[in-house]
Design a protein around this ligand. Structure first.
Ligand code: PLP
Length: 396
């Protein structure tokens, strides 16, 4: 075996350069080498700062977490392999058998699944209640309640939680309030500044913004709880890969611009759709006809977000015709992408509910949720008008 062969197998140091890269490098290394046992010991003792093993931390996760920390006014947040991993990390960090959780009845479907099926299996009881009513949250609290979990704007009906009522209900109670801020994003609402103890994100959505990465984030105000979040994420293997973190960090550079543009277009689309033949209702928190309009004005500082929902007349037939005719708007069950996308909650996020339960929420077969992207608004309006015309024909 030649010397050359050995040098190919051995890793080489990066070529020397007096200049440095402008873009964050990707550090894919699973493992980090130390000079000797004393040096590694010092790292583990916290006397020096250094990475050891990627599941326990790596530079790309640290760079991304610091960015989201800055947006959320948090310290020491942890990046996880998905939004659901972030929800799971919060549960693992603060709950034990015998505890009780109060949660919003309109949470993301898989969060509800964890609450309804997985936590009870581990000896944790759960009460679901209406998050738009602080009184209902107060009534659900028990002495052993450790956690209240809510989303500020519900999916897909865009109802706005009574955050002031929830904070009043939990004041003086040991339960911590966790807010899944995926829908609202820190551009609309900053849970920790408002009074929450924990904040959660599906970074997959608006923060990363390009539907090419699956990631989450969780942070806690209390340093001990924040340390637990990292500890359980490392031990349960919830942490994220360097490549994903790098992509999300790149996406986040344009987050504020993307959000502002998408929100402006969402308000324009809501206005455009309202009163059109074939549209039974438009749901957008900044509109005066929204059921939580006054609360939304205060909580979201007069803004409405980047999601618009609407109900088409004519049920499934009309919805199918609408979705097929909007050829350039993907019918795809995600949100927060640069491209506008539709979802049909009755067959996707809310399919597990009975028809009656869906209808009680106003989620008919004609209900469409629109995650608004950054395309030119007039292009979207033209496409929506074509799709509406097709739904009217189907409903004739
Ligand atoms: N929380 C909310 C509000 C969501 O909408 C989603 C996904 O749609 C999640 C959590 C889960 O995120 P992920 O798909 O990244 O696991």
């Amino acid at each position: 075996m030649s010397e050359d062969h050995h040098s190919i197998v051995r890793r080489q140091a990066a070529p020397a350069s007096v200049s440095t890269p402008v873009v964050t490098p990707i550090w894919p290394s699973v493992v980090y080498q130390s000079t000797d046992a004393d040096a590694l010991d010092a790292q583990y003792l916290g006397e020096t700062q250094g990475y050891t093993y990627a599941r326990e931390g790596h530079p790309n996760a640290a760079v991304l977490a610091a960015k989201i920390d800055a947006l959320e006014g948090a310290r020491g947040g942890v990046v996880t392999g998905s939004g659901m991993a972030a929800v799971a990390a919060v549960f693992q960090a603060v709950l034990r058998a015998g505890d009780h959780v109060v949660a919003g009845s309109q949470l993301y479907g898989k969060s509800l699944k964890l609450l309804k099926d997985e936590l009870p299996r581990m000896g944790v009881e759960v009460t679901l209640c209406d998050p738009t009513d602080g009184g209902a949250v107060a009534a659900a609290l028990r002495p052993e309640t450790k956690l209240v979990l809510v989303e500020v704007v519900s999916n897909p009906t865009l109802r706005v939680a009574d955050m002031a009522g929830i904070f009043a209900a939990t004041a003086g109670h040991p339960a911590m309030v966790a807010v899944d801020n995926t829908f609202t994003t820190p551009a609309l609402y900053r849970p920790l500044a408002a009074g929450a103890d924990l904040v959660i994100h599906s970074v997959t959505k608006m923060l990363a913004g390009h539907s090419d990465v699956t990631l989450g984030y969780a942070a806690a105000k209390d340093p001990g709880v924040a340390a637990r979040l990292t500890e359980v994420s490392v031990a349960w293997g919830l942490t994220a890969s360097p490549f994903d973190c790098w992509l999300a960090e790149r996406g986040m550079h344009s987050f504020e611009l993307r959000f502002a543009r998408a929100q402006e277009t969402a308000a324009a689309l809501a206005h455009h759709l309202s009163g059109k033949p074939g549209v039974e209702a438009v749901i957008y928190p900044a509109r005066p006809d929204h059921p939580d309009h006054n609360r939304a004005q205060g909580l979201l500082c007069g803004q409405g977000g980047a999601m618009v929902s609407f109900r088409l007349a004519g049920g499934r037939e009309a919805a199918n015709a609408f979705l097929r005719a909007a050829r350039h708007i993907p019918f795809a069950p995600t949100l927060g992408d640069v491209a506008t996308m539709f979802s049909h909650p009755a067959v996707s996020s809310h399919r597990a509910l009975t028809t009656e339960a869906r209808e009680a929420l106003g989620i008919t077969e004609g209900f469409i949720r629109c995650s608004v992207g950054i395309e030119a608004p007039d292009l979207l309006m033209r496409e929506l008008d074509q799709a509406l015309a097709a739904s009217l024909v189907a409903n004739a």
